[in-house]
Ligand binder design. Structure first.
Ligand SMILES: [Zn+2]
Length: 127
């Protein structure tokens, strides 16, 4: 499953980030999903929970922000947000808000960005 391999690589990456920042435990992970990523946020959160088991990320909350799909008008170049129902787009309902043209292309936006993580630093032990 797509979400599981994604969650695994996220955990792998975040373990490294946590280590670099001297974090003992990660509490929250904030990610942003591009509008065209075919990732189900619920499934990703579930997969992340499983993938995080036994790591510094165990029990961390995954906060997912999904961005909307955007289109670019072929007539005037305006970039606008496309409302969609579930995973499909109703082409006939999409019009450029500036010039009213129905000719548009989808703006490619498939990235998953980790915006920030919140964690607990290792306690500094006094000698
Ligand atoms: Zn337009």
């Amino acid at each position: 499953m797509h979400e599981f391999s994604l969650a695994l690589s996220m955990v792998e990456y975040l373990e490294k980030v946590a280590k670099d920042h001297g974090l003992e435990k990660v509490l929250e992970v904030h990610v942003r999903l591009g509008g065209l990523t075919h990732v189900n946020p619920g499934q990703l959160a579930f997969a992340f929970k499983l993938a995080a088991e036994g790591t510094v990320l165990e029990g961390a909350k995954l906060k997912i922000k999904s961005r909307s799909v955007k289109g670019r008008c072929l007539s005037c170049g305006k970039v606008f947000t496309i409302r969609r129902a579930q995973n499909f787009i109703l082409q006939e309902e999409v019009k450029c808000p500036r010039c009213g043209s129905e000719e548009f292309t989808l703006v490619d936006d498939r990235e998953l960005v980790v915006e920030r993580i919140k964690g607990v630093s290792k306690q500094k032990t006094t000698p």
